[in-house]
Design a binder for this molecule. Structure first.
Ligand code: AMP
Ligand code: GLY
Length: 427
């Protein structure tokens, strides 16, 4: 099989690594400093260059396209490739609105009967301010469209809520993505993620994975794209997965199929486990980054085959097989991330780390310069290890990080700590 992966992060490195184990050739557009090598070739195409991607697929006789990030999906890459007769593992532009528009997702959830936070949608700042003043506690303010993970403000005070509304609706802090704003009831509880492979009709849950969104240890500091992840996550035991898929994913598949748009690809539900039961906070229409890295280290068997089965609407729930080991990934980031940071920092020790047993160094934001690897993004690496249990995977990942140096970098020292505490409390 000849496969094209779209994207340039750690998730895409993990996808090319896994797909490269069985494919004849893997291309990645545009890829990064770690993706190229062996069967994998970087292609200088931007993720939003839909026509360029379709042309490339025709020229190179691509059998399967795997978009990593949401942008090409919301722009309609799947629609274009399907028209050209090229299988693409991901939802069409209509279904991709589940991530691309939070008000669309709310509307589908209401139609499908999925539990979620109460919410109201505003385009007018004064009306939104009035709603806040009438509320009993500060709401959560969300830009409707894609805002690179920065469009959500969990306000602690009414003042902060009013400021967030003004910044989105008056000052246009997120441009068109914030021209419509959701004011949502704040939910309390523990967050879990549920990712399902979907073939339009069936949804098969992947094992649990826990992300770490805050930049610094003890969940302090600003929100990021994710600073580390592990799988399985003790907070969501295997026996709960089917029940959550029934609540959060399958009703949505039925509703979208009823509308003539069967969802194919990964549907990722972010849930809050509230005292009143699980409620959905958001959907993503793709693998999470960095959740994808530990998940794919545990996947056994043929990923491309599973993806094609999803595209063709014939996913066999029994076809997924997972190692019972634990995988844990720690993100090495540039100092300053998620704010501003330097690029072009030299990285040393990558091959020594990668050679350790059970360890895989996935590149997130790197490029090759004169034969050397240098940083090219805020999240630079995701050092991932497979271990006998959570403590072992954690020890292996951090031992691998010890081998790596990059000036002006940092990583969280407590990835997995919450899971270990939960396991200790159970015993
Ligand atoms: P979202 O992109 O909608 O998942 O929001 C990003 C983060 O904001 C989530 O991971 C939660 O930590 C938080 N969040 C979003 N919605 C709510 C809510 N209704 N109540 C409390 N926290 C929320
Ligand atoms: N790690 C969360 C995300 O990919 O959205």
């Amino acid at each position: 099989m000849r496969i094209l992966v779209i994207g340039s992060g750690g998730r895409e490195h993990a996808l090319t690594w896994k797909l490269g184990q069985a494919a004849e050739a893997v291309f990645v557009a545009p890829g990064n400093g770690g993706t190229e090598g062996g069967k994998v070739r970087n292609v200088a195409l931007a993720v939003d260059d839909l026509d360029g991607i379709v042309d490339f697929c025709r020229r190179e006789h691509i059998d399967l396209v795997v978009p990593g990030p949401e942008l090409p999906l919301t722009l309609g890459i799947t629609d274009k490739l399907t028209e050209a007769g090229i299988p693409c593992f991901g939802p069409d532009a209509y279904c991709a609105q589940m991530e691309g528009s939070k008000s669309f997702a709310k509307e589908v959830m209401a139609a499908a009967g999925v539990p979620t936070a109460a919410c109201a949608v505003f385009t007018d700042a004064e009306a939104a301010r009035g709603h806040i003043r009438d509320s009993r506690k500060p709401p959560v303010i969300k830009a409707d469209g894609l805002a690179a993970g920065k469009g959500v403000v969990v306000a602690r005070t009414m003042e902060e809520a009013l400021e967030a509304v003004d910044s989105m609706l008056k000052d246009k802090a997120f441009g068109a993505a914030g021209a419509r704003v959701l004011l949502e009831e704040r939910l309390d509880g523990e967050e879990v993620s549920l990712l399902c492979l979907c073939d339009g009709e069936r949804a098969v849950p992947l094992p649990s994975a826990q992300d770490h969104k805050a930049a610094w240890d003890n969940d302090e500091g600003p929100n990021t794209g994710g600073m580390g992840a592990y799988s399985p996550a003790p907070v969501l035991p295997d026996e709960k997965l089917e029940e959550l898929a029934d609540i959060a994913v399958r009703p949505v598949l039925r509703e979208l199929a009823r509308r003539g748009h069967p969802f194919r690809g990964v549907l990722y539900a972010g849930l809050m486990m509230t005292p009143d039961g699980p409620k959905v906070l958001e959907y993503n229409v793709r693998f999470g980054d960095p959740e994808c890295q530990p998940l794919l280290m545990r996947l056994e068997g043929d990923l491309a085959g599973l993806m094609l089965d999803c595209v063709q609407g014939k996913l066999d729930p029994g076809a997924l097989s997972w190692s019972d080991k634990t995988a844990l990934g720690v993100v090495l980031a540039a100092k300053g991330y998620p704010g501003s940071y330097e690029k072009g920092m030299p990285l040393e020790g990558l091959s020594e780390a990668d050679a350790l047993p059970g360890v895989k160094v996935f590149h997130s934001g790197t490029r090759t310069e004169g034969g050397k690897t240098v940083s090219a993004g805020g999240r630079v690496l995701c050092v991932t290890a497979l271990g006998d249990d959570l403590a072992d995977a954690q020890a292996k990942a951090y031992a691998a990080l010890e081998k790596i140096t990059m000036p002006e970098s940092f990583y969280r020292r407590d990835i997995g700590a919450k899971g270990l505490r939960r396991l200790a409390a159970k015993n």
